[in-house]
Design a protein around this ligand. Structure first.
Ligand code: DC
Length: 224
């Protein structure tokens, strides 16, 4: 039986850092589903698809090919590579235009339905650590272990300002994070929720390394 670990939580909680470190520790594949929504948003902006048109975005999600894979040697600027129709768009999907539009794209039921198939297919077979907003609740409801990572909005904003090397922007980041939290938690389809039975960890209090240690210990307890 393969092991599937679902990690959910709000923007900037450290899901990718913890999830990636965990995947290396337990030798599992790492899949960041946020990158998939970002790649679709990049495609929608490039093709000028109306972001309010769920039907058109759903068709786009079905007709384009989105793949995530382990980065090649020497690619230190990423934890994963995302390909859109075979083209590496890993850096483009972090652009501010994508950042602003991704919540609008990911709220549509047609989009989520299409992405569900892509995400389940990428989890099939191997041991996997998958991160996102609805992994434990919708994508992998039978996951071996569900984890919900969180941190205070202020902690997440300070982290982002630090990562970007822009300490003066901490107030703006805090506002963006609060808006994103409201959009991700308030949408009708697959909203961000703590899945039943999830291990809830605060990365602001514990730090990344301790979160990984706690998750590995829990896996040992459940015999996975
Ligand atoms: O984790 P991230 O910031 O890269 O995610 C980008 C956006 O994608 C975020 O606004 C929420 C959305 N998302 C989602 O709705 N469901 C997921 N499983 C993953 C991300």
């Amino acid at each position: 039986m393969s092991v599937a670990i679902a990690i959910d939580g709000p923007s900037g909680a450290g899901k990718s850092t913890v999830g990636h470190a965990l995947s290396l520790r337990i030798n599992a594949r790492f899949v960041d589903t946020g990158l998939m929504y970002r790649a679709l948003t990049f495609a929608a902006l490039a093709r000028r698809v109306d972001l309010d048109d769920g039907g058109a975005l759903g068709v786009l999600a079905i007709t384009c090919t989105i793949e995530v894979e382990r980065p090649g040697p020497g690619m230190a600027d990423r934890l994963e590579t995302v390909l859109l129709d075979g083209r590496d768009v890993t850096l483009e999907v972090r652009a501010p235009a994508v950042e602003r539009a991704v919540s609008a794209v990911s709220r549509h039921v047609e989009v989520r339905r299409a992405m569900l198939g892509v995400q389940r297919a990428s989890a099939a077979g191997d041991d996997v650590v998958m991160v996102g907003r609805d992994i434990g609740s919708v994508v992998l409801p039978d996951a071996t272990l569900k984890v919900y990572l969180t941190a205070a909005a202020e902690v997440r904003a300070a982290r982002r300002a630090d990562e970007m090397g822009l300490p003066d922007r901490v107030g703006a980041y805090l506002e963006e994070i609060r808006e994103r939290d409201a959009a991700d938690s308030g949408r009708d389809v697959a909203p961000l929720r703590i899945p039943a039975g999830a291990l809830v960890l605060d990365t602001g209090e514990l730090g990344v390394a301790a979160c990984v240690t706690v998750i590995v210990a829990r896996l040992e307890v459940i015999g996975a």
